[in-house]
Design a binder for this molecule. Sequence first.
Ligand code: FAD
Length: 384
Amino acid sequence: MQSPYFTQHHEDFRKRVRDFLEAEIAPHAAEWEEENGLPRSAWRLLGREGCLGLFHPRRAGGAEEDIFTSLVFLEELGRLGFGGVRAAVSVHAYMATHYLARSGGAELQSEYLAPAVRGERVAALAITEPNAGSDLSRLATAADQDGDHFVVNGEKTMVSNGMVADFHVVAVRTAPSGPRPCGTTGLSLLLVDARLPGVSTAPVQTLGWRAAGTTTVTYDRVRVPGNRLIGKINSGFYQLMRGLQLERLVAATLALGGMDACMDDLRGFLTQREVSSGPLARMQVLAHRIADLATELAAARQLVHHTAWLFQEGEIPTTECSMAKLYTTELACRLAEASLQLQGAHGYLASSAASRFYRDARAATIAAGPSEVMRDLIGRAVLR
Ligand SMILES: Cc1cc2nc3c(=O)[nH]c(=O)nc-3n(C[C@H](O)[C@H](O)[C@H](O)COP(=O)(O)OP(=O)(O)OC[C@H]3O[C@@H](n4cnc5c(N)ncnc54)[C@H](O)[C@@H]3O)c2cc1C
């Protein structure tokens, strides 16, 4: 039966991208988890295969495919079952460079976006600070104007791709001199080249998403040319609010793919593991548990696809993006927990896929807005 969302074009692309990811990325993903990052060669491969600019406009070097092509890519990327790989690639292609593609000037796009789409330059997004996460009004990294430059001072944390990034899209406070305003006005997005003097990074050890190469980044009197501003000055909060909706849809889609991988792994175990009465899969108590999770996964998929359709129709479906992110990422935790439990000691081994799914699933209910914030947004919209 033809899907209302995916055409033959999407299905052909799914086959091509799945073959590519299985042949070129999957065999190395475990090694990249160990090394806390993807090597340059992987980024170039992804770029050559056209995976890093699917959603960017053609004038910015992208393929300008529709949102469902990106959904196919992200589901397949998620199906690899390595949260760190999917975080690294999605932060680069759908988060950091998204701002450049939407609001970057022609010069910035040719110097940074086009090489990023080709996989020759790696991007990171630096919003979170040690004292400011969910609450963007507390961001304090300052970018003070000095002639035709900004001077950036501050610290960012939890920066995915920070280990390898060539440039950062940084949320900064661009206030005029005088007492610095708090709040959501006076924020801007600035592209900071990671080679500039005064930029330093330090690795952060995380529970999961290890291939994402997470770091803190310190900006110490970094002089950034004024033409590296992304979009209008002081429009950062508005840009982030729009970008975060895509980020949440992307997170939800990656979670779907991750759950497919987790379910495949669990199914493989339950059908092969024998107890005296036969394979575990024949035990009704376990089959019912799987049935409930599979039903929820099917419902989650419809919510994500419907949200993407609203996106495609030109809406910014903020409530649905929050719902999709909340439901899929929490379901991924429940599925990973069940999978680990039902695989017994085998699942508990640090080297098992089940324990990696468990670690990785936890990150997604926090990154791009914690579940509690999603509930806040949904509750406000429902009760308005
Ligand atoms: C694996 C990973 C990768 C990340 N990658 C990046 C990245 O590349 N770039 C980047 O800038 N950031 C990144 N982040 C940071 C992420 O966006 C923040 O963790 C997130 O926005 C939450 O901020 P916080 O962790 O500072 O939590 P806080 O804002 O300090 O909140 C702590 C907890 O308090 C609760 N809480 C907060 N606000 C509310 C509320 N309004 N109502 C009810 N409860 C609330 C929630 O339980 C929340 O988890 C990443 C995070 C993780 C875990």
